[in-house]
Design a protein around this ligand. Structure first.
Ligand SMILES: Cc1ncc(COP(=O)(O)O)c(C=O)c1O
Length: 401
């Protein structure tokens, strides 16, 4: 198994721009096979799903292929994969559906570590039915969100806990499997935001203990598309709002309107591309994904170590990403200088590393960074050591080191 970064980079047309992209946590660049799959879906006959015409059959095939691919990526049956515009939209839809079963006095737990897409939909759904929201805190010094932090806000009235599998701001990976145990022991459901996590590690929904899980394929080399995953048997028990003539089958019941078939074709291609990152051709796609993610993790950790030691040598920088288990995503602030200035300075040198709170507003505030956050450096499968060296040189010039 090998990780041939030069061959991988050659497949990303956007890298011809000469930009070093560290903005992967906001959305990754797209490899040629994904672009080709989107174009191929739109070049062939394409109609609404059906069994008769070529266009109908193609649309149907694309949906079946995308469900199977995302099922392989997330370790869930294809029938438990529903598509939507974004993780935010799917979470709002899910919150509206689940909250119908909540009553005043019921409790819902969200965390201060999460992206607002996994806080506000639950807060607003709870407010609509008079349920109470409890906030699990994390330790701003260590960046850790522990099982005890969740237990502290659990009660026999808790109906649902919403937690991230990885923070998009500081990379922290909370112990989701252990959290699932205490949540289920309390008789509540666990919803997991996997948008940041899924780009960096293999996922198995059952091992994770998530009742529902969302991710977005544009964070993992695919098109702009949201994914909801769950055990199909669990989805069978939910009654989302839907049109009268639209399918009541699972997972179609959760998909409002016509699916973006071309994006689904791209999503399948993205999973195939990920599964081939380490050059593996043997075994099932799920097995290849396991090997590919192991190789990717090795690659990303090596780059992360290079960035971390480079940053440590620069005076006046604070790195807020400190949790023991975390993704290769670093949040940096500067003594006496603002992160937005660093973002602009780097952008002028073709290094993309934005500064913001990245919608993890509560986490940014809890870290003492207000609503402005910091400079986020995220590593993606196409980054190489030259990218890292350009980033470090840019930051050294910015602070005048
Ligand atoms: C951790 C996390 N959750 C949720 C979202 C929202 O995803 P989407 O843009 O698909 O709604 C993001 C987007 O940045 C994210 O990073």
């Amino acid at each position: 198994m090998s990780y041939d970064i030069a061959s991988i980079r050659a497949l990303f047309p956007a890298l011809d721009s000469g930009v070093a992209f560290f903005d992967g946590p906001g959305g990754t660049q797209t490899p040629r096979p994904v672009i080709d799959a989107v174009a191929a879906a739109m070049s062939a006959p394409l109609s609404n799903r059906g069994r008769l015409t070529a266009g109908e059959v193609n649309a149907d095939r694309v949906v079946t292929g995308a469900r199977a691919a995302l099922g392989d990526l997330l370790g869930v049956a294809p029938g438990g994969v529903a598509f939507g515009r974004s993780a935010t939209q799917l979470t709002y839809d899910l919150a509206r559906t689940l909250s119908r079963g909540w009553a005043p006095g019921d409790e819902v737990v969200v965390t201060r570590l999460d992206h607002d897409a996994n806080i506000r939909p639950w807060v607003q759904a709870a407010a609509a039915v008079g349920a109470t929201v409890r906030h699990a805190d994390f330790d701003p010094e260590t960046g850790e969100l522990t099982v005890a932090d969740i237990e502290a806000v659990l009660s026999d009235r808790t109906r649902l806990v919403a937690v991230t599998a990885a923070s998009n701001l500081i990379g922290t990976r909370p112990p989701v499997t252990a959290i699932a145990e205490v949540v289920h022991a309390a008789g509540a459901l666990l919803h997991v935001d996997g948008v940041h996590h899924t780009a960096h590690a293999p996922v198995d929904l059952a091992t994770l203990g998530a009742d529902t899980y969302v991710c977005s394929t544009y964070k993992l080399l695919g098109p702009h598309l949201g994914v909801l995953a769950a055990d199909p048997a669990f989805l069978e028990g939910l009654r989302p709002d839907k049109l009268l003539p639209s399918s009541d089958a699972v997972p179609e019941r959760f998909e409002l309107g016509t699916l973006p078939y071309e994006l689904l074709a791209g999503a399948e291609a993205a999973v195939d591309f990920l599964s081939g990152l380490a050059g593996e051709t043997e075994g099932t796609r799920r097995q290849r994904l396991a090997g590919a993610f192991a190789a990717l993790e090795g690659h990303e950790n090596a780059l992360r170590a290079r960035i971390e030691s480079g940053l440590a040598a620069l005076p006046g920088l604070t790195v807020h990403s400190r949790a023991k288990d975390r993704t290769p995503t670093l949040l940096v602030t500067f003594e006496g200088r603002d992160a937005a200035g660093a973002y602009r300075f780097l952008a002028e040198r073709d290094v993309a590393a934005p500064a913001s709170s990245f919608y993890a507003l509560e986490a940014s505030r809890r870290l003492g960074l207000g609503d402005t956050g910091g400079l986020r450096v995220g590593i993606a499968p196409y980054n190489d050591t030259q990218d890292v060296d350009r980033l470090l040189a840019g930051l050294a010039s910015y602070i005048g080191a």
